[in-house]
Design a protein around this ligand. Sequence first.
Ligand code: SF4
Length: 445
Amino acid sequence: MEAVEEGHRRLSVAFATLGCRLNQADSEELARSFLERGYSVIQEATRADVVVVNSCTVTREADRQSRQLVRHIVHHNPHTLMVLTGCYPSIDPVEAAAVEGVDLVITNQEKAQLVDRVSRILQERGQALLPVLDDLPEPPPGWFGRTRVQLKVEEGCNNRCSFCIVPMARGRQRSRSIAECVEKVQRFVDEGYQEVVLTGTHLGGYGRDLTVRGSDGRYHPPGLADLLEAILIRTTLPRLRLSSVEPQDFPRQRLDLWSDHRLCRHFHLPVQSGSNAILRRMRRGYTRERYVALTEMIRSQVPGAAIMTDAIVGFPGEQEHDFADTCRLIEEVAFARVHVFPYSVREGTEAAAMPDHVAPSIIRQRSTTIAQLGEEAARCFRDAHAGQEAMVLWEEEVQPGVWQGLTDNYLRVRALSPERLHNRISRVRLVAPAGWGFRGQVIAP
Ligand code: SF4
């Protein structure tokens, strides 16, 4: 806890974030708000005055982990002000408030008030803040030295995929205006970030709740492609990345945007299943054929594209032949990465009440098979890059003189450099594949 002035000290806040990128983006925004109010943001929850646990509720297991995390932190830091926020209290605020050690519960809808409510409680407890404006910490050159920042451009989802509880936790879609997103991106650039990742609950639905005036004088909702174009034209951001986009919403008519090399060739398109029957039961809004056609279109127009996916294994009613369809799809599309999610029942979803649940032992076997296929596909994708050149954004020095970073198409690279490379983008030759990615050689800083 940092001394600021005799008789005062700056109060500290730490974050523990579970779940998706959107939660990470929320934690980063909250951290920024705390910094602007004169708090310091630290990494060690065990010594912070305030700890914010930003929880997830995607499965019952995620709820359990959120509770366990709260108890663990409070056990090691009993005097902290413990705030439980995120999707878990948004679905079940009563259960969340009853978790031992929780002082304040904030739902997703109330997150904008979180800093005010924490400050009020601290004042009531006699722990005054220091609103010394000229003593505010410098805006970080990346939060905790990070090179990449998430920007939440929308929140909420109007879809109703039958396995998903998230729309109930995040509500209906609300998008930030293009002007606000552009302004935030340029601010991140001015703070020294090299890469911005756009996130949202339902990123592909960005803008459907907004209207803008088009060149024809008419009003219409903007889309994700309009947002990408505005950021590329109106900011000096070196790298722009998209997080997960639902396949049916991907702006397939605007692949020309990827001719700007600042837009990362990284496409996370969650397929969930390769069986049309299961996709219908999931209420996904696309077919296997349409999904494959989209990936072919991307590959033909964006060479080197890394196409990644999520697959839910053992969804209710999944027969052997449905599972075989998913396996075939994974081999056919040649993904750069596959995230496997063994299906688990989530009360409150339509799928929980469906018949024909798959036995846990079968779900485990199928998950192992999909994970193996995914690893094989990832290896092939990586190895195909051997000998090529790529631009790498360096993130950290993993050993003295050994730097690690990512290409725009998400290959992890390590290279030797006596020079400090952190937060720089350099041209690299991808020399040899390794278990964790690629050994590289810096060609030009
Ligand atoms: S698109 Fe489907 S999976 Fe994604 S948040 Fe909305 S309901 Fe959930």
